[in-house]
Design a protein around this ligand. Structure first.
Ligand code: PLP
Length: 497
């Protein structure tokens, strides 16, 4: 079963944890126990992605039947990804790139957000839920689109997405403001991702607003990685990727690997941490940040200080100063000590700064952290392209360079997975510019020309979903203040019928 990171007494089923999103006390749901897997057994079964997903999710979805788990997986991963492998591994030079961007919106968020709507539908049924679900989601760029695609036109669900109006890439923005579907709405928010995220958390805690929505037949839920239903599907690809590398002869079964993850809200790397506890032979988890390096400083110094300048970078999905999922790490690594968690919450909310006790730091030494600035991000893209003709997106490039730094300091020679979180087609301007191939605007070149150029350079087919974008009408152009979320929701037509 599941309970909050801030209170162990109230236990809920997986269904309830998924529907609620955030625990009533503001904490994040965590599993009571993390199951173990024998990697040798798992590998011996030679399962494909879906079979591994059914097995791993089956261990966590306590109140789902085997058939329910299986149906969720089949629906989520059939026909939506451009490869049956779902998350293929590409060996380039000495490193393995776990490509998580083959889904409908070209970022790793698709892996979890393709299945979260299935979880919600089954959970609502299991709980006999009468109400409709209203999903509120703050996005740093990629969650929004992936959630909109996952939830559009679903019965008994409405979804509202909030994105920082100047904090996402042009393609990310276009993906969201052109979104179709009868149950979706998108708002731009004045401010950065952190203010959008804390505004959404405020709405969740607003009792009066919740009661009003309840009267209208809605309960609130979240598609952010604070929802445990987002986290668990991400564990699957670490096991799958490892087994694929063994199968291709890249490593021997049982060998330890390092995993380097470009990190923002700390969800993806936390899933790798869970995989490690479950028995995946991971040596070091390298947490890669961009110029917003609050996590790098935390792992190096033990001090989390969010009182600092916020930078808008070319890897916008990682422009975050308050990483929600760190609360889950602190819960587990402190030995499930609620005093430590509550101290962390209090210090951050009162002073914006937290100093971890030594006992906690000793328990997170499987993490290492490095950061990458803008110039280094560009260099990482052009270097890998020059050497191997392999084109990285800006987020993956942050991980690539952070890992270079890690090796320089540690001389660690363990085999390595670099987690590739987005397709270069999602950030064509930054990627082409890093390759020295920006198209001169003066010659009347369009965004479509840039995408075609990138397709030619990378040798990858131009994804149809991107091509389509430029023909769609803009539907959502409202920009609102993060103080006014409730006011606009109450007026929203789709919530009034
Ligand atoms: C969301 C995102 C990240 C950060 O992932 P977290 O789970 O928030 O740490 C990194 N890269 C891309 C492309 C993303 O969309």
């Amino acid at each position: 079963m599941y309970h909050s990171t801030r209170n162990k007494d109230e236990k809920v089923s997986f269904s309830e944890a998924v529907i609620r999103g955030l625990a009533p006390d503001g904490g994040l749901y965590v599993p009571e126990t993390i199951p173990k897997i024998d990697i040798k057994d798992l590998h011996a079964r030679s399962w494909d992605y879906k079979a591994i997903a059914k097995f791993i999710l089956g261990l966590y979805l306590d109140d789902f039947t085997e058939e329910q788990v299986s149906t969720c997986v089949e629906r989520a991963y059939t026909g939506k990804f451009n490869t049956d492998e779902i998350c293929p591994v590409n060996k380039v030079g000495e490193r393995f790139y776990l490509e998580l961007f083959h889904g409908p919106t070209l970022a790793f968020k698709d892996v979890a957000l393709s299945i979260l709507p299935e979880f919600m539908a089954v959970s609502a049924k299991n709980l006999g839920l009468k109400e409709n679900i209203l999903i509120l989601t703050a996005t740093s760029g990629d969650t929004g689109k992936a959630a909109l695609e996952g939830f559009k036109n679903r019965r008994k669900v409405k979804i509202v997405v909030y994105y920082p109006v100047d904090g996402v890439s042009p393609t990310q923005k276009l993906q969201m403001v052109t979104q179709g579907g009868c149950n979706v709405h998108v708002y731009g928010i004045d401010g950065n991702f952190d203010s959008a995220q804390s505004a959404v958390k405020r709405v969740f805690r607003n009792k009066e607003f919740n009661q009003e929505m309840h009267k209208r037949g809605y309960i609130l839920s979240s598609a952010n990685s604070i929802n445990i239903g987002r986290l668990l599907p991400q564990i699957v690809y670490y096991f799958y990727g490892y087994c694929q590398i063994v199968r291709s002869g890249g490593i021997n079964l049982g060998d330890e690997i390092n995993i380097c993850v470009p990190t923002g809200n700390f969800g993806n790397i936390l899933a790798a941490y869970y995989a490690r506890i479950m028995g995946l032979p991971i040596k070091t988890l390298v947490c890669a940040s961009n110029k917003n390096k609050v996590l790098t400083d935390f792992f190096k110094s033990g001090i989390y200080n969010k009182n600092r300048r916020f930078y808008s970078t070319s890897s916008p999905s990682m422009d975050i100063l308050l990483s929600s999922n760190l609360e889950r790490l602190i819960y587990h690594a402190s030995g499930e000590d609620l005093n430590v968690v509550n101290d962390y919450i209090r210090c951050l909310s009162e002073k914006g700064i937290y100093e971890a006790p030594l006992s906690l730091l000793a328990n997170i030494d499987e993490f290492s952290a490095e950061y990458t600035n803008e110039a280094q991000t560009r260099l990482a893209i052009s270097n890998l392209y020059k050497k191997f003709n392999y084109v990285l997106d800006t987020h993956t490039a942050v991980a690539e360079h952070a890992y270079d730094k890690y090796i320089e300091k540690t001389m660690d020679s363990a085999p390595t997975i670099i987690v590739s979180t987005a397709s270069p087609f999602k950030f064509p301007g930054s990627v082409l510019s890093a390759l020295g191939k920006d198209l001169p605007k003066s010659e009347g070149k369009t965004p479509l020309d840039a995408l075609k150029e990138l397709s030619y350079i990378s040798g990858r087919e131009l994804p149809k979903s991107i091509l389509k974008l430029y023909k769609l009408p803009i539907i959502f152009d409202d920009v609102i203040s993060s103080d006014d979320l409730e006011e606009f929701l109450l007026k929203l037509e789709m919530l009034n019928d």
